[in-house]
Structure formats: structure tokens, C-alpha cells
Design a protein around this ligand. Structure first.
Ligand SMILES: Cc1ncc(C[n+]2csc(CCOP(=O)(O)OP(=O)(O)O)c2C)c(N)n1
Length: 591
């Protein structure tokens, strides 16, 4: 019976949907159009695959990313040829930078038309070559099942990433026999997951010998599902842990060994820990310029152990004294064994002086903010209260800008996956659709989008999708009336010349808001709330939390002038971190 089913006659489009069912896809985010139309017909009949009709293909792509964050499975999006496909470019680039597993399926014009500038033709494989882990152009109907099977394998193994499958319309329409490939044949694609024992033992030896070691933990640890192993290693050794923007929550913020987030807007203690370290153990982290600051002055006295599943990352930006290629979960598990063996032989690090130094940094430069002049809301207070009232079990999805940094700083993350954001590409418009995808993938979890008024205006049309499809996300628009992060740079580096950053979403002097986010939310079938006074923050959040049968949008009208601190200016050394304007730690004193 099974064999018979396996060799059934069908169209290419039917074989595509059958293939998606085979790899376990339950949700597809997309928009139809001419070239992909044949695939939408059998999709209509699928009992296993839910298609969520988005309002923009960019939204479909980010929703697929949010789904991947929430489930650990590749997110799937679908679009037609030409403009449908090019609208996926931003989310594909985003997923590529942040190693998000995702499969994008696009229709292509019929094979004989390719290269003729046919209506809605775009060479999407050519366009996305540098921003996908891999892409396929399928012109032969018989290749569809094999390609889908390979695409999902590539997207989710090794260093995860986006894979695009572009299928010509004639291949979708042609008749075929459905044959599911028994085995995968991908010559040249063999991700190394098992680390080399010698390097791991060397790393353990260096950890024991170091005086000032730091575990520099990146998004690779999240992708590898290795937070339990990380915790064992940290507790076994007593080494301080810093978690990058992409790794927030992988190690609990409340853990005494957690010294915070490094980088441009990181904690002084975390930045200081890396700068003063004599050993940096980088785990699934890629020495991004937002973390290192000026690279040649980053962690000047540190030896580096660098573990990553992607060999291309190792020594890319910073030379690794001990390179370890492998899956972070296996690396950490093996490191634990090696460290235990060392400890049994009496080889153990002594970091008491180091902790003394770090604790002083933590105590002297804690996170803080100015509660603002007059009645206006401090955006940090809004986000801090949100984190406190909503709690660590929720998922928080940020946009890009000041609110993203405050969301990283002022919510306490206790579990991996609790914080979702666009770290590498820094994509405005990520938050609402990614929150939609996260909620679709994990409907029982409360999902808050923390968005800026600028970001929100890029993709808020997906609220229609949320309302119609019954995906009740909650959105906190941190409405400072401006492209706040850009305005901050204008304040600091352009003498306060605010060229083109005032969005008029909450003008200071008039009452006209364009748009009025509360009315916009209502127009989209959501509940719209507004909060303008500090004393209303808690009750507004509680009100939003009490509504579960519709999406909720809260316009938190906040001060225009708040800035993100601490800050390492662009292109300067991390040693020059400022924890407030014109206030820098006194490193001499700290030594
Ligand atoms: C698509 C895109 N365009 C432009 C930018 C540059 N940019 C980075 S942050 C920012 C301002 C974001 O404003 P808003 O969403 O209001 O957030 P805020 O910084 O005010 O919290 C801009 C324009 C970007 N990151 N992405």
C-alpha cells in the first residue's frame, strides 16, 4: 500500500505539497501569484499543511523566521516569481546573517521563458546566491521531491540557514510519478559536528591555567540547543559568561555567573570582562564588529579558543589559538568531560581575583536610566515593567533600533528562545511578522512584539493577518515619534541636526498623530490601547495581558530624547565605553 502511494501519478505541484507533508511541514507563510499558482491548488486540499496568507512576502519570510525560532524547525515561506520572490530578499538575508533555518519556495516562469525577460521573471537564484546557504532552480518535474528533501536537510543541519527552491511553472504543471528519495546524496556537504579530542583537551587545559577567562557565548549555542551543557560547563569551572545579543536567554540572566551582554550597547562588566580577559572561549559566536568594537584593540591580552560548527568562522576576524570545529552541544559536552578529567588530577583554575574585579565592575556600573523630565514615559521603564509583569516564559520579539537594545537590556531572559531579534542584518520591520510566526509555531506561549514606531510602520499590515488567522500577538510600540537610534547618532555625532528622523507619530507640540496607532490597530481588527503616563504603565500591560482573543497593540508614547547607554562609539575601542554621555569607567582604577 505504501509503495503504491509512493509511486502515485500526480502533477509537479501535487508532488511539491506531498513532499512538504513528507518532511513534516505544518505551516507555510505566503502569497500566491501566477507562477506559483499551480502549487496553491493542491495546497488548498492539504489536511496537514496550514497556509497562512500574509500581506507582504517580506512578512512571510520573517514569519518563517519567527516560526523557526519558536519550534527549532525550518520555517517555510512561499512566493510567486519576480516581485514576490524579490520581496523575500530581505528576510533571506536576515536569516542568513542570523543562521535561521528556513526554506523559501518560489515559483519561476516556465523553463523555456527563462532568460527572455518574461513577465514577472527575476533571476532569484542569482540574486540570492550570496544571501542563502544554498539555492536550487528546479526545471524538471522529477527533481521536486529530491530537491525539497535536500533543501530541508541543508537548512537545518550544520550551521542552519535559508535555502531557496525556485521551481519553474511548467515543472509544477507537468505530470510525474511521486518518488520520495530513499537516501540523500550531497557530495561535499558533510558538516563536522564531532569536535577533535585533542583541541578540546587543549581548551580545557587553557581554562584551568587562565587567570581571567570568559565564556563568550553566541547564537550558535542557541541554535545547537546547548544551553544545558553550557550551564554545566560554567558551573563546573566558575568561569564568567557573557551572552551576545543573539544568545540572550541561553544562559539565565539571573545566574550569578552571568555578567551580561557585550558589545556596542553591552554591560560595562561584560565589555570589561572581554577587554581584560587572558582567555576568551568563543562558543558559536563570530566576533561581530558590534561586539569587538575596533578589532585590533579587542581583548588585547587574550588567547582565544574558538568553537563553531562553521569552519569558515574560525579565525575570520580574530585569530584562534585553539580552533574547534563542531556542534556547540557536542563541543560543550566534550569540554565538560575534559575539564572533569583535569579537575580529578587536581588541575583547576583559580579565578577569585578575577571575580573580585568583575564584581566591582558590576556593582559600580549597573544598568540604569534617567526617569524622564516631566510626565513623559521613559522607554526603558516601559520595557522593564513589561519584562517584570509578563515574565520569563513569554517570547519577546524586538524590531531594530533603540527599543531593541532596551529590550535586550531591560528584560530578564531566563530561557533560550525567549528573545527573538534581527541581530546581524538589523532589519527594521522584523518584529511584527516574526512575532506572528513565533505565535503560530508555539500558540500556547504569550508573544510580545516590542517594536519602534519606525519599524512598526514597515510591516504592521501583518496585523490583518494576525486578526484574520486568529494569531493573538501583543505589540508594544515604543513610540518616541522618531527614528530614535538614528536620532541618537545625530545627537552624538551630528551636533543635534535632526535631518529626516521625525516621524510625527507622536509630535511634541500638536495632538495630530500620523498615523494614530490606536485607530490603526482598530482598523486592523485588533484592540488598540494607549499609555502616556508613568502611573498607567502597569495597568495598561495588565489590560493587554487580559485580552487573549484578539491581537493587541499598545501605543506607549515615550520621551523623544532617551538614549541607549552604555555605548561604544562606532569604530572605537571597547576601552572607550561610555556608560552615560561623557562618562566613562575609570579603567586605571579598575585594574
Ligand atoms: C530596513 C532598514 N532601514 C533603515 C535602517 C536604519 N535604522 C536603524 S535603527 C533605525 C531607526 C528605528 O526607528 P524606530 O523603529 O522608531 O525605533 P527606535 O530606534 O526609535 O526605538 C533606522 C532607520 C534599518 N536598520 N533597517
Amino acid at each position: 500500500m505504501k509503495d503504491l502511494e509512493m509511486t502515485e501519478q500526480m502533477t509537479g505541484a501535487q508532488s511539491l505539497i506531498r513532499s512538504l507533508e513528507h518532511v513534516g511541514v505544518d505551516t507555510v507563510f505566503g502569497i500566491p501569484g501566477g507562477a506559483i499558482l499551480p502549487a496553491y491548488d493542491p495546497l488548498y486540499d492539504s489536511a496537514k499543511v496550514r497556509h497562512i496568507l500574509m500581506r507582504h512576502e517580506q512578512g512571510a519570510g520573517h514569519a518563517a523566521e519567527g516560526y523557526a525560532y519558536a519550534t527549532g524547525k525550518p520555517g517555510v515561506c512561499m512566493a510567486t516569481s519576480g516581485p514576490g520572490a524579490t520581496n523575500l530578499v530581505t528576510p533571506l538575508a536576515d536569516a542568513h546573517m542570523d543562521s535561521v533555518p528556513m526554506v523559501a519556495i518560489t515559483g519561476q516562469v516556465a523553463a523555456p521563458m527563462i532568460g527572455t525577460d518574461a513577465f514577472q521573471e527575476a533571476d532569484i537564484c542569482g540574486i540570492t546566491m550570496p544571501i542563502t546557504k544554498h539555492n536550487f532552480l528546479v526545471k524538471d518535474v522529477r527533481d521536486i521531491p529530491r530537491t525539497i528533501s535536500e533543501a530541508f536537510h541543508i537548512a537545518s543541519t550544520g550551521r542552519p540557514g535559508p535555502v531557496l527552491v525556485d521551481i519553474s511553472k511548467d515543472a509544477l504543471q507537468a505530470a510525474t510519478e511521486f518518488v520520495w528519495p530513499e537516501r540523500m546524496d550531497l557530495p561535499g556537504y558533510r558538516p563536522v559536528t564531532k569536535p577533535h579530542g585533542k583541541q578540546v583537551r587543549e581548551a580545557a587545559r587553557m581554562i584551568a591555567e587562565a587567570k581571567r577567562p570568559v565564556l563568550y557565548v553566541g547564537g550558535g549555542v542557541l541554535r545547537a540547543g546547548a544551553s544545558a551543557e553550557l550551564r554545566v560547563l560554567a558551573e563546573l569551572t566558575g568561569v564568567p559568561v557573557v551572552t551576545t545579543l543573539m544568545a540572550r536567554g541561553v544562559f539565565p540572566d539571573s545566574h550569578p555567573l552571568c555578567v551580561g551582554m557585550p558589545g556596542m550597547h553591552g554591560d560595562v562588566a561584560a565589555v570589561g570582562a572581554l577587554q581584560k580577559a587572558d582567555l576568551v572561549v568563543a562558543l558559536g559566536a563570530r566576533f561581530d564588529d558590534r561586539v569587538t568594537g575596533r578589532l585590533d584593540s579587542f581583548a588585547p591580552d587574550a588567547k582565544v579558543v574558538h568553537a563553531d560548527i562553521d569552519p569558515a568562522e574560525i579565525s575570520k576576524n580574530r585569530h584562534a589559538d585553539v580552533p574547534i570545529v563542531g556542534d556547540c552541544r557536542e563541543v560543550l559536552a566534550d569540554l565538560v568531560v575534559a575539564v572533569r578529567a583535569d579537575q580529578e588530577k587536581g588541575r583547576e583554575g583559580d579565578y577569585a581575583a578575577w571575580w573580585h574585579q568583575l564584581n566591582r565592575l558590576r556593582d559600580t556600573y549597573p544598568k540604569g536610566y534617567e526617569p524622564h523630565d516631566g510626565d513623559s514615559l521613559a522607554p526603558q521603564a516601559v520595557i522593564e515593567r513589561l519584562g517584570k509583569l509578563v515574565g520569563p516564559e513569554a517570547t519577546y520579539v524586538a524590531g531594530v533600533g533603540q527599543h531593541q537594545m532596551w529590550a535586550a537590556q531591560f528584560v530578564d531572559y531566563e530561557r533560550p528562545g525567549a528573545f527573538v531579534n534581527s541581530g546581524g542584518l538589523g532589519t527594521m520591520g522584523f518584529s511584527v511578522p516574526a512575532a506572528l510566526g513565533a505565535k503560530a509555531g508555539d500558540p500556547d506561549r504569550v508573544v510580545w512584539s516590542i517594536d519602534g514606531d519606525g519599524c512598526f510602520q514597515m510591516t504592521n499590515q501583518e496585523l490583518a493577518t494576525c486578526a484574520i488567522e486568529g494569531i493573538p500577538i501583543k505589540v508594544a510600540v515604543v513610540n518616541n515619534g522618531n527614528l530614535g537610534m538614528v536620532r541618537q547618532w545625530q545627537t552624538l555625532f551630528y551636533e543635534g541636526r535632526y535631518s529626516n528622523t521625525d516621524l510625527q507619530t507622536s509630535p511634541k507640540d500638536e495632538k495630530v498623530r500620523i498615523p494614530d496607532f490606536v485607530r490603526l490597530a482598530e482598523a486592523y481588527g485588533c484592540v488598540g490601547l494607549r499609555c502616556e503616563r508613568p502611573e498607567d504603565i502597569d495597568s495598561t500591560i495588565e489590560k493587554a495581558m487580559s485580552i487573549n482573543d484578539a491581537p493587541v497593540v499598545v501605543d506607549f508614547t515615550v520621551s523623544h530624547d532617551a538614549m541607549v547607554w552604555p555605548m561604544v562609539g562606532p569604530g572605537v575601542s571597547n576601552d572607550q565605553i561610555q556608560y552615560a554621555r561623557d562618562m566613562a569607567p575609570n579603567w586605571e582604577h579598575e585594574d
